[in-house]
Design a protein around this ligand. Structure first.
Ligand SMILES: [Zn+2]
Length: 228
């Protein structure tokens, strides 16, 4: 069955870091992938491109990932803590109504990045839309792994990212993910930064090796329904 996947992330490039390779391989199998980026016009980014350039980078990245036209929110970068929780929830609910996803992927709630944290909390609330109004039932909700952010949330309380679901992406998936990341000029860094060519490939190798595959992206299940 062809499925519709929706990622809900805070910043342009998060969707590529967490789901870029999966997005490509899923799209090649006929699934649809929509990326919703809550701070679509990032305004407090270091070495930031201007808004039009960023839009161009974002659109180019979607093509490398085989994704549908991107959905851009206008929440303030690095200031999601100043946005009422309900505003974020209602915005995401609107996107869910529009896209009708089977699967939603968002940030891990123990991600050290504050915007990621608020995105995750709001998305978890919005994913329960079916409890409030009739809509297509969700099959799965997963948390993604963002190198240089998820793994910097020091696991002081044992609530760190614990992958339990893997998507095999192959060499071509990793290559497309890297192309998407390079489409965002200024995002990739030299090794040993976690957002370097080597580290992105190494993480895919590690995640693959954990389940006996060559390259994978890893996720943590928040909710999954098995249809008998
Ligand atoms: Zn981010």
């Amino acid at each position: 069955m062809q499925k519709t996947y929706l990622t809900v992330t805070a910043h342009p490039d998060d969707e590529a870091l967490g789901f870029g390779a999966s997005s490509y391989v899923l799209s090649q199998k006929g699934h649809k992938v929509f990326n919703c980026i809550l701070s679509g016009n990032v305004d407090a980014r270091r070495h930031r491109p201007d808004v039009n350039q960023l839009k161009k980078h974002t659109n180019n990245a979607q093509k490398f990932m085989g994704a549908e036209p991107v959905i851009l929110g206008h929440f303030p970068n690095i200031k999601f803590n100043t946005v009422p929780h309900l505003d974020l929830v209602q915005y995401i609910e609107g996107i869910i109504e529009q896209v009708q996803p089977d699967v939603i992927i968002t940030h891990h709630p123990y991600d050290l990045n504050n915007d990621h944290y608020h995105t995750s909390k709001a998305c978890q609330a919005a994913a329960r839309l079916f409890q409030r109004k009739p809509c297509k039932p969700l099959i799965s909700l997963y948390f993604m792994e963002i190198p240089s952010s998820t793994d910097w949330a020091f696991p002081v309380d044992g609530q760190n990212f614990a992958p339990d679901t893997f998507i095999e992406v192959g060499e071509v998936g990793v290559a497309q993910k890297l192309k998407a990341l390079y489409a965002y000029e200024g995002v990739m860094r030299p090794y040993p930064h976690p957002r370097s060519n080597e580290a992105i490939k190494a993480l895919a190798t590690l995640r693959g090796s954990q389940v006996g595959r060559q390259y994978c992206e890893a996720f943590q299940t928040a909710m999954h329904i098995i249809e008998p």
